[in-house]
Design a protein. Structure first.
Length: 347
């Protein structure tokens, strides 16, 4: 009888300490943009002045949930969807994140629709992070992908080191490599300094590395230092798509650097630049940018950003991240200037 009473008390006490929570959150970003040299369908170029959603960070809403199951273990989930404040629509609900996972003394594990490991890995070293004029512009978003059927694991820290692993299943019968992705990450932190290396593979439907921006191998290394007023960040990425057509770029070097002034007041200013070199004569491109923000409150801030892209004769990149072939891209070798301003509100 005493043994049964003790067991009952253990179960009751465990249930009493278990906690769960669900949070609904989001952000709204509305701004205006001015772009020069925008290419039209007939090949002509003109300037564009328009309203936009997501110049400082895509408008989004989502849900996160955590259940404490005791002994340091938690079950969690995340749903994240991007929306357009210009028309209130979502192109594909929860395409950004939709996963469930578990965390504890072993680290954290999750599975579902997840950020690519190189997206999470580079974000900590991207001075502009979510800015529409961002470091993903010169690689057409190749360093900010999301994948389905994904398993992700991140370890706890040991002597300043932590590791991460990611693997995405192809989901195609009899085609193990079709659309498969994989990656590994190593991070070291020491006080205000940190450095990280990430390797990621993304294969096309045939299991090959056939496009430098959509199906490729990437090796990233970045470093950062966060002081009381200034933050410094720098990174380099080697990209390879050996099965790409000879007429397309197969190998590239991509580097960036930035400094953030973040005083105790409401003003923050970011200055940075990026350089892309597509090997074997496929052209270079350089981006320079400055982006000040001013906090109106803890949840709302005003932003502005100005960026200029210098395109080599064989390149056609825009300061706004766009997929290849988009009409927003300038003509080959044409430089492009972008000016953005708006307001961001979190709820």
């Amino acid at each position: 009888m005493n043994r049964r009473i003790c067991l009952a008390l253990i179960f009751v006490s465990g249930g009493a300490y278990a906690q769960s929570s669900v949070t609904l959150w989001g952000r709204l970003d509305a701004g205006v943009q001015y772009l020069t040299g925008v290419a039209a369908a007939n090949g002509s170029r003109s300037n564009l002045f328009s309203m936009d959603s997501g110049d400082a960070g895509a408008s989004a809403w989502g849900m996160t949930g955590v259940e404490d199951i005791g002994n340091g273990y938690k079950i969690n989930f995340k749903l994240l969807d991007y929306i357009l404040v210009t028309n209130g629509m979502s192109s594909n609900p929860f395409w950004q994140n939709a996963y469930v996972g578990m965390s504890g003394p072993f680290g954290s594990f999750r599975m579902g629709r997840d950020d690519g490991i190189i997206k999470d890995g580079t974000a900590d070293y991207d001075p502009f992070y979510q800015q529409h004029i961002g470091m993903e512009s010169l690689v057409r978003g190749a360093n900010w992908p999301n994948f389905s059927n994904t398993f992700s694991y991140y370890s706890p820290s040991f002597a300043g080191f932590d590791v991460g692993f990611q693997y995405s299943l192809s989901g195609v019968p009899g085609q193990f490599n079709s659309g498969r992705t994989s990656g590994v990450q190593l991070t070291y932190r020491l006080g205000a300094f940190s450095t990280r290396a990430v390797y990621q593979e993304v294969r096309d439907a045939n299991g090959q590395f056939s496009d430098l921006f959509t199906a490729q191998k990437q090796f990233f290394v970045g470093a950062g230092f966060t002081g009381s007023i200034f933050k410094f960040q720098a990174a380099y990425t080697y990209m390879a798509a050996p099965q790409a057509p000879a007429s397309s770029p197969r190998y590239a070097d991509y580097a960036w650097g930035g400094v953030t002034y973040n005083a105790l007041g409401p003003l923050k200013v970011i200055l940075g630049g990026a350089w892309l070199h597509q090997r074997n004569g496929h052209g270079n491109a350089t981006l320079v940018e400055i982006a000040p923000t001013y906090n109106l409150s803890k949840r709302t801030y005003l932003y502005a950003a100005a960026g200029y892209v210098f395109n080599g004769k064989n390149t056609n990149f825009s300061p706004v991240e766009q997929p290849e072939g988009s009409p927003m891209n300038p003509a080959l070798g044409h430089n492009q200037f972008g000016l953005f301003s708006g307001i961001m509100h979190y709820f």
